[in-house]
Design a protein around this ligand. Structure first.
Ligand SMILES: N[C@@H](CCC(=O)N[C@@H](CS)C(=O)NCC(=O)O)C(=O)O
Length: 222
């Protein structure tokens, strides 16, 4: 199987969950990173400069034997199955994992649709209000939902749910998002514990040392 994962040249969770799953599973793939300039130019056309199809004009895209597929969740599940980080024959566990993947999209959307200086007219949430209100409320719900007796988000083993949670929470506490404090996870030990376990996993450490720029603001879970 010839696999290429296409995304921009940074470790955002949408791509990272699948990149790391493939790496952990020892699945050979082409980690294709395009620059923002090319993406901005081609996204409305739906094709990269070399003719590769980008369905919906969005990234990530996975190309398997020259056939493109889009959407973070579907790509992550496919890569997760190849890497044994997502079940092939346990539909209920699969759904349990899916809920954590979809939650990451919600977190991203709250950030996307909020801002530092927003006017009443824009009807966007101010970041401070977001942090104190919806974000903390939902993170608390996530915290309460995670099991105290299990190290991972779903099931008894690490899965793509943990990879997605780790990377998106790392972005949240990285100090690079206007108005989101680095200590936003401080009240949530179970979330931090999963993120620390992923952060310390030898394959993840190896992947980071191979692909992340030095001093990349990954966020800390200590
Ligand atoms: N629903 C898509 C959304 C992907 C998405 O929004 N990707 C961003 C890059 S992180 C993008 O391609 N934005 C360009 C656009 O939507 O026009 C998914 O889950 O993969």
């Amino acid at each position: 199987m010839d696999i290429t994962l296409i995304y921009l040249d940074f470790p955002f969770w949408r791509a990272e969950v699948s990149r790391i799953a493939l790496f952990m599973g020892g699945i050979e793939f082409n980690d294709r990173r395009i620059n923002s300039e090319e993406f901005q130019r081609v996204k409305s056309k739906g094709f990269l400069d070399d003719g590769t199809l980008i369905p919906f004009g969005q990234l990530p895209v996975l190309v398997v034997d020259r056939i493109s597929i889009a959407q973070t969740g579907g790509i992550a599940r496919f890569c997760g199955k190849l890497a044994d980080l997502y079940p092939k024959d346990d539909d209920f566990l699969a759904a349990q994992i899916d809920q954590f993947i979809d939650f990451q999209t919600d977190v991203f959307n709250w950030i996307l649709f909020s801002g530092k200086d927003v006017s009443e007219k824009q009807k966007l949430l101010n970041r401070e209000e977001l942090v104190a209100g919806e974000l903390k409320t939902k993170l608390k719900m996530l915290e309460n939902f995670l099991s105290a007796s299990r190290p991972w988000a779903a099931g008894s083993d690490m899965s793509i749910a943990d990879l997605a949670l780790w990377r998106n929470m790392g972005w949240l506490v990285s100090g690079t998002i206007d108005g989101i404090p680095k200590d936003v996870l401080n009240e949530f030990p179970k979330i931090k514990s999963i993120c620390s376990l992923v952060d310390e996993h030898p394959d993840v450490v190896e992947w980071i040392s191979r692909t992340y720029p030095k001093n990349y603001p990954r966020g800390s879970f200590k």
